[in-house]
Design a protein around this ligand. Structure first.
Ligand code: KMH
Ligand code: ZN
Length: 279
């Protein structure tokens, strides 16, 4: 088994900056945390932006600016979120691709999301997948439930492989309303990937909140990759708030090293995922 790809999701759309001051929301905070996470072993950054009042935004100008700034200040693979916030419109989510990221997320179905609903209609998923093929953007297929994996199998059958030809998925576990964040669920997802998706498919996994550690350790045990970050958890341990995204990446890199699958450099991650060469 090779190295471990570590994705950092530093901000997300849900955490409130007023409650978590360490959350990176400005461009300066984003690039600073990105550089620190790269030093600790991250090779991909999953990006959500905030506006001047720290509210989630899909503003096209800000997205372009963030992609440029992250490319300027780091060698990380830039993955923009097309999931946004649960309130975002489909057209705004599709327009994210105009910022020309290396990668973008593509969630494979609708899921209850706490008290909200994260809506991903089939027609939206197919448009997103095809637009990514046209724009040479590599998707990360986000799976919140096992049914999402069946939907991905159907998508690939009907609409072909993504740009680059490699399929990479991310299990997002422990969302209230989605699949549980525990080791047996990671096992079920990993086995379903092996049975139903192309042979070379790679997966990462992230566990929301207190499910972070069991999901991380189970993913490593199955030869999977890791996603960590303050989008998914803001506590490092019981009664110990996260001090920054780099702290979470450092722990992931340490766990990966312990599993004898050290953190993967960005150049290797580009080759694995089929992402265009860095400019
Ligand atoms: N913020 C969630 C509603 C993604 O980035 O693609 C959706 C999400 C998934 O975070
Ligand atoms: Zn996200």
């Amino acid at each position: 088994m090779g190295a471990t790809l570590i994705t950092v999701a530093p901000t997300g759309a849900e955490v409130d900056k007023r409650e978590v001051p360490e959350l990176p929301v400005t461009l300066e905070e984003l690039t600073a945390t990105a550089a620190a996470c790269e030093r600790e072993g991250a090779s991909v950054i999953h990006v959500h932006l905030r506006d001047d009042r720290a509210r989630p935004t899909l503003d096209p100008g800000r997205l372009r600016e963030a992609v440029a700034a992250l490319r300027e200040s780091t060698g990380l693979i830039v993955q923009l979120s097309t999931g946004g916030a649960v309130t975002d419109a489909e057209e705004d989510r599709l327009r994210v691709l105009d910022a020309a990221p290396d990668m973008a997320s593509c969630t494979m179905g609708t899921v209850n999301f706490g008290d909200e609903v994260f809506t991903n209609r089939w027609s939206f998923i197919t448009r997103l997948h095809e637009r990514m093929q046209d724009k040479a953007v590599v998707p990360e297929y986000e799976l919140f439930d096992l049914g999402h994996l069946a939907a991905l199998e159907r998508l690939l059958d009907l609409h072909g492989l993504p740009y680059g030809g490699h399929v990479h998925v991310d299990f997002v576990l422990g969302v209230p309303g989605g699949a549980a964040g525990d080791a047996s669920t990671v096992t079920a997802f990993a086995e379903a990937v092996r049975r139903h998706l192309p042979k070379e498919t790679t997966f990462s996994a992230t566990g929301i909140g207190r499910t972070t550690l069991p999901v991380m350790l189970a993913s490593l045990a199955h030869g999977g990759h890791l996603r960590v970050g303050m989008e998914d958890t803001v506590s490092f341990a019981r009664r110990q708030p996260v001090t920054g995204n780099d702290q979470l990446v450092r722990r992931a890199a340490e766990a990966a090293a312990l599993a004898q699958r050290p953190a993967m450099p960005a150049a290797e991650a580009r080759r694995l995922l089929g992402v265009r060469e860095a400019a």
